[in-house]
Design a protein around this ligand. Sequence first.
Ligand code: GAF
Length: 392
Amino acid sequence: MACRIPDISELLQTATERFKFKFGSVPNKASCAPGRVNLIGEHTDYNEGYVLPMALQMVTIAVGKATDSGICRVLTLADVGEDNYVEFPIPTEDNPLVPGQLHWANYVTGVIAHFVGPMVSFDAVIISSVPFGGGVSSSASLQVATYTLLDELNNVKDDQVSKEDKARRCMEAEHEFIGLMDGIMDQFISLTAKQDHALLLDCRSLENKHITMLDDSVVVLLINSNVSHELIHTEYPKRTRQCKEVATILGVNSLRDLTLRTLEDKKKLLDNVLYKRAHHVVTEIKRTTEAAEALENNDFVTFGRLMVDSHISLRDEYEVSCDELDELVEAALEMDGVYGSRMTGGGFGGCTVSLVKRCNVESIIRHVEAKYSKSATFYVCKPSDGARGIEV
Ligand code: GAF
């Protein structure tokens, strides 16, 4: 059965109760930022290519209150596997924030360090329904919920800093405080998503287009393999280095500058592994723009075929899938009503995404559940809104 996704109001209530218990007062500001599922366009963002994600109903919520103590105090209710509470002095020029021991807290402090505007000290409680380590941007939603709470606490007006700039700042915070040199997709979609729409994003110019997904006959089925991962501990950093290496060897700024023809012409300059990595990126960028066009035309058959090609390329050329993800994709594709299925996100575990006929979704879930060698979690997803301040 598909898993129930908790309502924002339930999360808000739990966070508020815990805030009262921990800090002895009532929070008066709150923010909400979604996780995302990427429909296609994988490992293209840090190569300045295209991506096509949508925001999920799963969100991170932060509730908070400004204080005059000069100390920021943050409690997370997520199962972080380490101390879930952190305190630090408000940063100054002489005493800037630096990465600390607690991994989850570095997402929060990194964003504070990159925040534009005045900064009050505050107390906050964070809660999330985005599966941790599931490849659906639990970390970007934590960053964006933090940035949005800071806007609320410091009364920063909506138009003072653009969403593009906020996304860049959150990405830079991740580079600096986590050490993961990822692209801008996750933070960008979490900030700019629109309900009932996917987003085609050009990660070079940041030009973007919201594409309607209102056809009631299809749904996006997210399946968590429950193989959890932190991308920093996978081969993700190696892939980003390999792409840079190819760009250097072929004398281009990024793999976005390569056509398939140039890549083939210069193939002999690359060893087989580097060639496969580049071939994935170049073909995936093309698949993504084709998929966006198919989606605009409600051509789910073409869209699904491109998803499957994407998975094969990620599995065989980019080598970021794993047995569990391959099993889930294979099982889904055995069923009627599945247009396409692929791994989503950084890979090495996490989730698959499938585009399926609504009328078949329950039988698809039953089939995949029976075939999968481990225990999976299923979510029927609706494209949701981006980050926002919310009433406490
Ligand atoms: C992770 C990264 F954070 C993104 O920037 C992107 O590279 C993705 O993996 C792969 O497409 O989510």
